[in-house]
Design a protein around this ligand. Structure first.
Ligand code: CU
Length: 454
């Protein structure tokens, strides 16, 4: 973890008066894209801290019985995947900003400094608070001008999973990555809030960054080309690690422009809470996919009792692709070899794509412009994982130490539990009345008035 002020050196540190230091909590920045180990709360009731995927928890200080945080809205550089870096806006050196983690009943004071080129505010999504602390520019306060610091203060009244984001020039500021998570732990045992072994959290976000550039296009409404979790794209998203038998909670918030059906392999889960609070046990049902609409939070819980590497992803197939243009003709079944040769005379190195599907894209690295995310490039133990974007892996392992979040590597499958190639297969049935594609091709290729020269 880097301390912004310490980077400036001792001379500038001495120039900061003790009075100013006492008034504002030191803003601390995170510069690494790695998942930071959970912050152990120094005082108060112990709780199982949340782990922000490829993110971190905001440090705070206690002052006169109030938990003080300092968020700095500023331009940031985010490595979205190895080899691909974006220029975003965020908080304290990262997008999303640090996760605010408090306990129900805490009085919280939040300093917000604006180092953006335009005004901003902070809205505390889902919180019960005095109306004047709600952070809607023009409605409950004037926007915070560049260079100024404002302070918000309220009691975290409800336990649950919440977010923070600007409520000023929202379209631009959220398209640039300005958002963060807020977790309020229950003060005492709550009938609808389980104690869990692992508690993960991330925000869904999306960017439109042209191949070879680094700044998001802020006018895009739907056709984004980077679908991310905490501003990271697979293979840049950390795995979710669990010990076999762990109860796991995953908190997901959606601040994109579309909904995301989040799907887990190998296990069932229940939605145990929303940004409206915990869901009563009688109102839960088992799922393997839950749709998370725009502006919603969903808190899911599962018993991680099946060992393995389980895919965990958005089920909209386009959202597990990176740097994808959508104005591409479908080439399935088209023989383009002749065409390719002709175009290559005009465009050296031209390559037709997708005549037998797009899987070939996983194995070939197109020579794209510098600073471009590969479309699908995760490398698995059996070859390329044809995925990018909103994709990660739940890694369930026997006998992991409690609180160990390090990547255990790929799963070693017990003998006899792997799908495999076989020699002779039993005859496969065909749908009654089915016509083969070849029979149709004969008709298509012999239109009236033409002669077949073959
Ligand atoms: Cu999605």
């Amino acid at each position: 973890m880097f301390n912004r002020r310490s980077l400036l050196g001792a001379a500038s540190l001495a120039a900061v008066s003790k009075v100013a230091m006492a008034a504002l909590p030191e803003p601390v920045s995170q510069t690494s894209p790695e998942t930071q180990p959970p912050l152990i709360p120094p005082t108060g009731r112990p709780y199982n801290p949340v782990v922000t995927l490829n993110g971190w928890t905001a440090p705070w200080r206690m002052k006169d019985g109030v938990k003080e945080f300092h968020l700095v809205a500023e331009p940031v550089v985010r490595e979205m995947a190895p080899g691909f870096t974006a220029r975003l806006w965020g908080y304290n050196g990262q997008s999303p900003g640090p996760t605010i983690e408090v306990v129900e009943g805490d009085r919280v004071r939040l300093y917000v400094t604006n180092r953006l080129p335009e005004p901003t505010t902070m809205h505390w999504h889902g919180q019960r608070l005095p109306n004047g602390m709600d952070g809607v520019s023009g409605l409950t306060q004037p926007a915070i001008p560049p260079g100024k610091t404002w302070v918000y203060e309220f009691v975290a009244r409800r336990p649950g999973t919440f977010m923070y984001h600007p409520h000023a020039d929202e379209m631009v500021q959220m398209a640039m990555g300005m958002m963060g998570l807020w977790i309020t732990h229950p003060r005492t045992r709550h009938p609808h809030i389980a104690e869990v072994d692992r508690d993960y959290a991330f925000l869904l976000n999306a960017y439109d960054i042209e191949p070879g550039s680094a700044v998001p296009k802020v006018m895009t409404m739907l056709d984004f080309n980077l679908w991310s979790w905490n501003s990271r794209i697979f293979p840049g998203i950390a795995p979710l690690v669990a010990r076999q038998g762990d109860r796991v909670r995953i908190r997901v918030g959606n601040l994109t422009m579309t909904n995301h059906p989040i799907h887990l392999h190998g296990h069932e889960f229940e939605v145990t809470g929303t940004d409206g609070g915990p869901v009563p046990r009688s109102a839960r049902w088992p799922e393997v996919t839950t749709d998370i609409a725009v502006g919603q939070m969903r808190q899911i819980e599962l018993l991680a009792d099946e060992e393995g590497d389980w895919a965990f992803h958005c089920h909209k197939a386009h959202h597990t692709m990176n740097a994808m243009g959508h104005n591409v003709p479908t080439m399935l079944g088209v023989d383009a070899s002749d065409l390719e040769a002709k175009i290559r005379k005009l465009v050296p190195g031209y390559m037709a794509m997708g005549q037998s599907g797009m899987h070939e894209m996983t194995e070939m690295q197109m020579p794209g412009p510098a600073n471009t995310a590969p479309m699908m490039a995760g490398e698995g133990p059996f070859g390329p994982v044809a995925m990018g974007g909103m994709f990660s892996v739940l890694k369930v392992r026997r006998g992991l130490p409690r609180g160990d979040y390090t990547d255990p590597g790929w799963f070693q499958h017990p003998p006899g539990t792997l799908a495999r190639e076989v020699g002779d297969a039993p005859a496969a049935p065909t749908a009654p009345g089915a016509t083969t594609p070849a029979a149709i091709d004969v008709n298509v290729r012999k239109p009236q008035g033409h002669h077949d020269h073959h």
